[in-house]
Design a protein around this ligand. Structure first.
Ligand code: CU
Length: 177
């Protein structure tokens, strides 16, 4: 909750600076053109720091994943545990904000050493009610990275989902910026 508040404050500050800059430029245009050329470009560069620019072009990517326990039909004709969706697409440099709804009465995990994420995903507290887990990470590198559950999954099928992409193995594709 602190991060959105901070960025909102930064956005407000940025907006007021921008307003000042626009006012300055407008004032400049209405009258004297002599001697005031150099201060204005300087003011314009101070309005947007590189950080603010990247925040504007790179909004947080909000993603929701549901864990469907024993609900995804496999090629073997059986029903398996699965992340849904099991494929996420984001852009390099984005903060990825993930909410997981786990309908299983067992905990699972979202684990990816490549992405630097290892989150335990809360189990469902009661039938039909998901356990909710929220976490964020930053997609620093472009490429396709695997994530998986490292807790026991799909045990009625010998852990089948843990060995199959699109079930309890997924991927995050990070497009280059
Ligand atoms: Cu699991």
């Amino acid at each position: 909750m602190r991060i959105p508040t901070n960025s909102r404050i930064r956005a407000v500050v940025g907006a007021s600076l921008a307003t000042l800059a626009v006012a300055g430029i407008a004032g400049c245009g209405t009258g004297q053109s002599s001697g005031s050329a150099s201060p204005h470009p300087a003011a314009a560069t101070s309005v947007r720091s590189p950080t603010q620019r990247s925040q504007q072009s790179m909004p947080t990517a909000y993603r929701v994943i549901t864990i469907l326990p024993g609900m995804k039909l496999g090629p073997d004709g059986k029903l398996h545990d699965a992340f849904s969706p099991a494929t996420l697409r984001v852009t390099q440099g984005q903060q990825v904000d993930v909410t997981v709804y786990n309908y299983d009465n067992m905990k699972h995990s979202f684990t990816s050493s490549a992405l630097g994420v290892n989150e335990q995903l809360n189990p469902s507290p009661k039938n039909g009610e998901p356990g909710v887990t929220h976490f964020t990470f930053v997609a620093n590198r472009a490429g396709t990275f695997t994530f998986e559950c490292v807790d026991p999954c799909d045990m009625s099928n010998g852990g089948w989902s843990m060995a199959h992409q699109g079930y309890m193995i997924g991927s995050v594709t990070v497009a280059p910026q």
